[in-house]
Design a protein around this ligand. Sequence first.
Ligand code: HEM
Length: 455
Amino acid sequence: MTSVPPNPPPGCPAHPAHESLHGPEFATDPAAVYRRLRDVGPIAPVELAPGVRASLVVGYDAALHVLRSTETFSKDPRRWKDLADGTVPLDSPVVPMMMYRPNALWADGAEHRRLRGAITDSVARVAPATLRGYVEASADTLIDRIAPAGQADLLGEYAQVLPLLVFNRLFGCPADYGERLVQGMSGIFDGVDADKANDLLATTLLDLVTLKRRRPGPDVTSWLMAHPAGLTDEEMVHTLVLLMGAGTEPQQNLIANGLRLLLSDDRFAGTLSGGSLPVEDALDAVLWTDPPMANYAVHYPIHDVVYEGVLLRAGHPLVVSLAAANTDPSLTADQRAGNRAHLAWSAGPHNCPAQGPARLIAAVAVEKLLDRLPDVEPAVPVEELVWRPGPFHRALAALPVTFQSAAVTSSTPSTVGDESPVQRTAPPPRPSEVPEAGRVRRGWGARLLTWWRGE
Ligand code: HEM
């Protein structure tokens, strides 16, 4: 660290413009943006949404430095100066992903250890065999629904729904609570009546907490509240929102990005039925090259500081590019090959506390699908698949596939009708016909509810 240099003059050619991390261009080719940013330095200026400025950490060593130096970098968004002074409006699309809530993600020091301890200990109580059973049953329900059609969007009809079904079971949600949670979550994601949806989510989670305080069960909600960390009802609700948010969106993207790779990459072709190794390999490859949380782990310098000649201002958001760090050309082949030194789970005190369960959910979901629909193939060339715009996630907008339509064969009860004749039906829409991202988002809540109600 050195002394703080003076501010650059406006328009100075040595201080480049902010690269945009929103919009379709970044979504289509994020690697090109990361390459340009690397030319600027290990930490470079970006725009997360119109008018929302941040610095993106693109170097692997720089990422580890920020993630581990808790005395210099805080997770607490109440330090975010541009939000506090109104430069960033409260209704900016990135605010919900970056604003303060009283949970582990946004806490530092002892408070973080207390809130996180309750999560790690409770998640550790989930037996892998039980979790596997939940995932298999949920996967079977969903596959039973798509199997007769011979075509599906594996994102909207499988990867997106499965984590929610699993989480409702993990949290011990009675069925009617589950429906309200899905309704609340989907309303927030769809941006339709977001305030109402937020209220519904909060009330339902509070009802769940009240129910579990009265009648605890063998579930994560009950284990969290029985933990010596002594979470208040408010902390319980925010911790449950964190677990649902952290566990569903990245989880769906690991499943979908893993399936995309397995179905399209020659390195995995022909070995799909040969056991679990190719699936595990594909998940590792995705975690290296297309990590579900591409850019996140937002930190705020506690005071002005200089890192490798770059001034990092107190209260200015530093977003860690887990994706760019993973593909940093300075990483040696040794560092990259066969090990799990990638940053897809982040690093330091806030690294993902659910790595084991998250891998298990993804692996079982992928294996089950390939096992039940062995001839599944992409309905369009893989280069034509559309990625959803947004600075944080590496997320497909849709994953259309075709397969030989199959009878319902799962052992779990299904809501789908009897066997249908083996037939090929019309392929799903090509990406050019897939609605643009905003409309995809708007639609997914309604689709989830339809699934949930068995309509
Ligand atoms: C493939 C799936 C997943 C991926 C790629 C992933 C990735 C991550 C990453 C990158 C972080 C760091 C975020 C930050 O510092 O801002 C994180 C934190 C977290 N994740 Fe995950 N996660 C996944 C699944 C899950 C699941 C299934 C759960 C819950 C059961 C979960 C719970 C959490 C929690 C509670 C944190 C906050 C930890 C803290 O701040 O101390 N994640 N995850």
